[in-house]
Design a protein around this ligand. Structure first.
Ligand SMILES: Nc1ncnc2c1ncn2[C@@H]1O[C@H](COP(=O)(O)OP(=O)(O)OP(=O)(O)O)[C@@H](O)[C@H]1O
Ligand SMILES: [Mg+2]
Length: 248
């Protein structure tokens, strides 16, 4: 479903991704892990067509994704209907006057009629348990509340692939637990999940496969999540645990 071949990316001379080769099958749940600045967000943005590789090829459903194709409105809409992105910072994602309009934005963009939009928005509010925010201003919600709205916005398009950038950040323990269970349910229902996270404790529950970035912006390892704690030296080397870390 997702295929990257020899992909590199730099921001005006600042290297962010170095020769990435990665294949993700439909229905997988994959965690991207790495220290700050290793390129996780960059890779997720690239998968969503927000950035394009300087070198190498990105294919989604066997089709190469290029800036030229994404300029075609029809192609771009079809692509963005299949893959949804929850940003690391929800504030960059939320811009409407109220939560209802925020969640309705995507379906309206796709040309859905207002009756169907209303049903879709209500389904998403129910799914996330946020009916009570319906008429609130997204800007005034708490961080965790914003995250739920951002997830609802993405689910409103019913994408096949959900890409979430550090979704657990800043959430209290109960909300983290709720989100892990929620994401597991989505994955069981057939959604492909690609999640970046620093959270070693939750990663095994979130995904069967962990992809580890090193500080040279390359993939250091691609391994079953259940084997992560057999690789403590590697985790130390790539700065995912501190050097005194011991796993019990
Ligand atoms: N818009 C930008 N302009 C210039 N450099 C950028 C930009 N965005 C990211 N970078 C740089 O690219 C590298 C990779 O950044 P990226 O945000 O992908 O890392 P990350 O793994 O998501 O980090 P974090 O864990 O802190 O979120 C970093 O060195 C960062 O400083
Ligand atoms: Mg990031």
């Amino acid at each position: 479903m997702i295929d990257l071949k020899d992909v590199s990316y730099s921001y005006e001379g600042i290297n962010a991704l170095n020769n990435i080769n990665l294949h993700i099958e439909k229905g997988e749940a994959v965690a991207l892990m790495g220290a700050n600045g290793t390129g996780k967000s960059t890779l997720l943005k690239l998968m969503n067509g927000l950035l394009s590789p300087d070198q190498g090829v990105y294919r989604f459903d066997q089709e190469e994704i290029t800036p030229k194709k994404l300029k075609n409105t029809k192609f771009s809409k079809a692509f963005h209907q299949k893959i949804g992105f929850v940003f690391q910072n929800s504030d960059t994602q939320l811009f409407c006057a109220d939560v209802y309009d925020e969640i309705a934005f995507g379906p309206r963009q796709m040309g859905m009629n207002e009756d169907d939009v209303e049903k879709r928005v209500n389904d998403c509010l129910d799914l996330l348990g946020i009916q009570n925010f319906k008429h609130r201003q997204p800007y005034h919600l708490s961080g965790g509340e914003k995250r739920k709205v951002a997830i609802a916005c993405v689910l409103a398009l019913n994408p096949e692939v959900l890409v979430l950038d550090e979704p657990m950040n800043g959430l209290d323990p109960r909300t983290q637990r709720w989100l892990v269970n929620f994401l597991n349910t989505l994955n069981r229902s057939g959604k492909t999940l690609i999640i970046s996270t620093h959270n070693l404790d939750l990663v095994q529950e979130l995904s069967k496969r962990a992809i580890l970035f090193d500080e040279n912006h390359s993939i250091a390892a691609d391994l079953p999540s259940e084997n992560l704690f057999q690789e403590i030296d590697l985790l130390k080397k790539i700065n995912l645990v501190d050097e005194n870390y011991q796993h019990y």
